[in-house]
Unconditional design. Structure first.
Length: 362
């Protein structure tokens, strides 16, 4: 199945012989709901001229409104022995695109294509309508915080490493886990619905773990290694952000962190209770609408050179949670360090929480 990443344009082209106008019909729905019988959107264009007949539609913005990241997950951590759960259904959507041509006798269906759409983006260098495929996390080594409590409760969402979103797509994919400390192994079939596959099997929490995504022929499609960090001098900060694939990714910042509060207010000249005998405790200026926001400065700790790609995706993210609370990254310029230039690489980032300190929701 072809995937759409809606933060970049997804262009639908129609250029059929003799066409005078074209139409695109979009059917959009989330899993758990029924496919609409009527088109969600119907878009129509006339051809530019008789010798320039191609028409183009960017459908990304119509699809984006059906995707939301207000929920990190749709339930509790799967119970034993299951390790893999469905992806949160609000974080992607199903799309059917019908293309029509009109040569003067009414609309004629050209073709129908089914897609999965995610709120990710694709690089300019990869051209238009680029598809990342079925595995939505960069391969590599990931470090997670082992708090010493063991694999208890809602492991994946509360304490452990990120998950990789995998689209089964009829390939009969399986997650193979290897405990690198004990050599124990565990495998589990990946669900047909887009799935969150944790990078560690929950019973191996606290160990170094290798995850391999394999197809039915046991070809390795992706490999991830997760390494626990236990002895932390500083308070560990958890950053969840929506990456370039349109999926939540979790990173832990192990370096020093600093907390700040910024206050705002308005003020006016205060009328004294008496002009001839006022109390000096009253003051002439009075503040109102006092509120504030909290900020945090965090450090990654020492990281490898390829971590610069994670930092880049964090800079491009439109949805970030810091220790479970919504925030925005106020650092806008980052040098992408190279080992040849900087032997020990640490990134320092500033976040501002996206809410007022005094509750003002009304």
């Amino acid at each position: 199945m072809i995937n759409i990443f809606t933060r970049s344009p997804f262009i639908v082209e129609i250029d059929e012989t003799g066409q005078l106008s074209t139409t695109v019909k979009l059917y959009i729905w989330n899993n758990g709901a029924s496919q609409p019988t009527d088109a969600t959107y119907t878009l129509t264009k006339l051809i530019p001229s008789s010798n320039v007949t191609a028409t183009y539609y960017d459908v990304s913005n119509y699809i984006r409104e059906f995707i939301s990241f207000n929920k990190v997950n749709d339930g509790t951590y799967p119970s034993f022995p299951t390790n893999i759960g469905n992806s949160e259904r609000t974080q992607f959507t199903n799309v059917i695109i019908e293309r029509y041509k009109n040569t003067g006798a009414g609309d004629v269906l050209v073709d129908t294509t089914t897609y999965l759409a995610f709120d990710g983006y694709t690089p300019y260098e990869n051209g238009s309508n680029y598809d990342y495929g079925d595995i939505h996390l960069a391969e590599g080594t990931y470090y997670y915080y082992d708090d010493g409590q063991g694999a208890l409760g809602n492991l994946e969402y509360d304490r452990a490493v990120t998950s990789v979103r995998v689209l089964e797509d009829a390939l009969q994919l399986t997650a193979y886990y290897t405990n690198l400390d004990t050599a124990a192994t565990y495998s589990e079939a990946i669900l047909a619905e887009p799935s969150n596959v944790p990078l560690i099997y929950k019973n191996y929490y606290g160990n170094s773990v290798r995850l391999e995504i394999k197809d039915a022929s046991l070809n390795v499609l992706a490999t991830y290694v997760s390494v626990p960090v236990t002895d932390c001098k500083y308070t560990v900060n958890r950053i969840d952000f929506v990456n370039k694939y349109g999926a939540y990714q979790r990173e832990f910042f192990f370096g020093a962190s600093y907390d700040y509060v910024d206050s705002t207010s308005k003020e006016f000249m205060n009328k004294q209770t008496s002009l001839s005998n006022y109390s000096t405790n009253e003051g002439q200026m009075k503040e109102f609408n006092i509120n504030g926001v909290k900020r945090i400065k965090v450090n990654t700790g020492w990281v490898e050179e390829n971590y610069k790609e994670t930092i880049e995706e964090m800079l491009m993210s439109e949805k970030i949670l810091v220790n479970g609370y919504p925030a925005k990254l106020t650092t806008k310029n980052v040098e992408k360090y190279k080992n040849i230039n900087t032997k020990q690489i640490n990134y320092e980032l500033d976040f501002t929480y996206n809410y007022q300190l005094i509750n003002s929701v009304s």
